[in-house]
Design a binder for this molecule. Structure first.
Ligand code: FEO
Length: 402
């Protein structure tokens, strides 16, 4: 892959990882990902971010096609997570930069990952300006979006924001720009997937950061993952989508996730779905065995209600449901309607257990947890249908009042 000049004398020099699937050890990127890095050529040459471990070679090759790597003067590390700085040691040894810039909090991560290196690291803070010659970089810290050290780099002369993880997506493609990527639905899905698995807990901070981004004169946002947002309509589109995801206003769709032993809990899930559909609320059922927890989380982006189901197992819930509820809880979704259900042979703790977990996430819980002994009969199916209808009516009221 060739370096791409995205603005005058600013080049994409990242790597596309078509076959990467395990994103950060906890989320899936089903169709690969991209780790973007950018080279700014000026009187002072700057490499903004590096790439993931094992990819120093492709990065250096791309760099070398634009200029001799040793002519790079500065490295900017917008964020120290290793998908961006995993090859820093090899890159620093090769180019021997005059300075490496990190945020104030980045000093800690740098010291943690690269202790004892004695590199020329310098901390910058919001508003600090790095003069390059014809261009400048203005730094803006974005603490907890999504690490304490995160910051973004604004190049006002080119109306360009290099945004690190923010506004990124796990897309592997030969295309570099959103406007040349053929599948808009896929693009939006991958934005939601990234947001709901990485950024969601920090939504209140996103809502504070977006006006700062909007106050800048920008016609391009270049994230460190996936496609570049080129042109003012694309910039507005991604900012609006981020605002929508961060606000988490209720949406008239429900998600049921469940596990099952002998299909009783599964049958309950489908009966609850019927109740929702009869009340005009579309529903998506996702088995935790058939779907990775990050795919279920992505689906939540479009759902205002979450209904969790598990058989009772060892006086608790099934292990994959436990993993799912733990994962979801950590991502702190807001403003949802919830409900819980499950089958059992004897003790039957699972529906109450799940309901308590949903309550901890401050969900509206319009119905008592629904328990079924052994296998659902006509009466249980009727209760499942009623549960679906109760959730649907509560969600519709919430949507009307939003
Ligand atoms: Fe793309 Fe937080 O690393």
């Amino acid at each position: 892959m060739e370096p791409i000049e995205i603005k005058k004398d600013i080049f994409w020099v990242g790597v596309v990882e078509f076959d990467h699937r395990d994103f950060h050890g906890y989320s899936r990127c089903p169709d690969g990902t991209t780790c973007n890095a950018y080279l700014i050529r000026d009187d002072k040459n700057v490499l903004v971010d590096t790439v993931s471990p094992g990819n120093a070679g492709p990065l250096l090759c791309r760099l070398a096609k634009t200029m001799p790597p040793e002519k790079v003067d500065y490295i900017v590390c917008n964020h120290m997570e290793l998908d961006h700085q995993g090859v820093l040691e090899e890159i620093v040894e090769r180019i021997k930069p005059e300075k490496i810039f990190v945020s104030q909090m980045g000093l800690k991560s740098m010291a943690g990952y690269y202790a004892g290196k004695n590199w020329p690291v310098q901390a910058v803070k919001s508003g600090d300006v790095l003069e390059l010659g014809k261009k400048r970089i203005i730094f803006q810290e974005t603490r907890m979006l999504h690490w304490p050290d995160s910051m973004v780099s604004y190049i006002p002369e080119e109306k360009l924001l290099i945004s690190n993880d923010i506004f990124g997506q796990n897309i592997a493609s030969s295309q570099r720009y959103v406007d040349t990527f053929a599948d808009e639905a896929e693009f939006v899905h991958r934005v939601k997937e990234y947001y709901y698995n990485i950024v969601l807990p920090y939504s209140p901070i996103v809502l504070q950061a977006l006006p700062i981004v909007e106050s800048l004169d920008i016609d391009m946002i270049a994230p460190d993952h996936g496609l570049i947002h080129r042109g003012r309509p694309a910039v507005k589109f991604i900012i609006d989508l981020y605002r929508k995801m961060a606000e988490q206003k209720p949406q008239k769709q429900a998600l049921i996730f469940y596990d099952t032993m002998w299909h009783s809990t599964e049958r309950m899930a489908y009966a609850i779905c019927n109740g929702l559909e009869e009340s005009d609320v579309p529903c998506r059922i996702m088995s935790v065995k058939a779907n990775h927890h990050s795919a279920i989380m992505t689906q939540l982006a479009d759902c205002g209600a979450v209904i969790a189901g598990s058989p009772t197992h060892n006086n608790g819930i099934m292990p994959l449901v436990a993993a799912m509820i733990c994962y979801m809880s950590g991502l702190k979704p807001l403003n949802r309607v919830g409900a819980a259900f499950g089958s059992c042979g004897w003790s039957g703790e699972s529906p109450r257990f799940l309901q308590n977990k949903l309550a901890e996430m401050k969900m509206d819980l319009p119905a008592d947890p629904l328990k079924c002994m052994w296998a659902p009969d006509k009466e249980v199916y009727k209760k499942c249908n009623e549960l679906g209808k109760k959730v649907a009516e509560t969600l519709k009221r919430k949507c009307d009042n939003r």
